[in-house]
Design a protein around this ligand. Sequence first.
Ligand code: HEM
Length: 223
Amino acid sequence: MNPTIAPAVEVPIKDYRASLRFWHWANALLISLQLITILFQKVIVNSRSAVPEFQQAMSKNNITITTKQGGAFAHIISERIWDWHIYFGWALVALWVLRLGLQLTGPSELRFSARLMEILRRYRLAPPADKGAAGKVLFAKTTYALFYIFITIMVATGLIMIYEDTAFFGPMHHTAEEIHNVTMYLIMGFIAVHVVGVVWAEIKEDHGLVSRMVGGKGPNVKA
Ligand code: HEM
């Protein structure tokens, strides 16, 4: 074997720097909170569907309200939930900027593109017997590339919706909303694949992966 070529299936940098770990868990928390706001907005509270209940409750006190008046109440409730969605959205924008900063100015172990290129190189150089395992690592990394695209779309379309009252973003609002909506399902798909993949790797071949993502480099890990 050529000693200058690194083993094919080893991830180039197996520990995760504090900045990456912070980014990962803060992002996971904020995306979960965003999904919870949508769960409340669209399913649990679903204020628009409560208008007939408002009308019924008022009629017990001999007060009649029109559907439009009931809709105004519903709007107040849903705006409160959207306010929280937008606060969390701004925090996600900040994390996106942080990730971009690490990508553009950080050392290679913090740059996603450098890690991806290294894994691609190792996949290409892998002998046939190691191709399968190297391919799995490459597949995992490729899903992360998709995730970065999805989160970029979420941030961009979210900002367009925040500034929908401006002349520039106004005309894009409807399209941005549709894309934002569809991308949510893609992110949910990514989360499902990611969690199953990480648990699988932790159990089968990369023990300590999760604890390294929580606490950094483990005692048995080569950089
Ligand atoms: C990854 C996390 C996110 C998820 C899962 C998510 C999901 C959603 C969904 C499903 C909607 C409803 C769209 C519709 O009504 O068709 C929505 C609306 C919205 N989102 Fe997000 N979003 C996320 C991130 C963001 C970010 C980062 C921002 C801001 C930069 C943002 C800002 C908004 C705004 C302004 C609206 C419209 C609220 C309104 O109608 O008043 N979202 N989001």
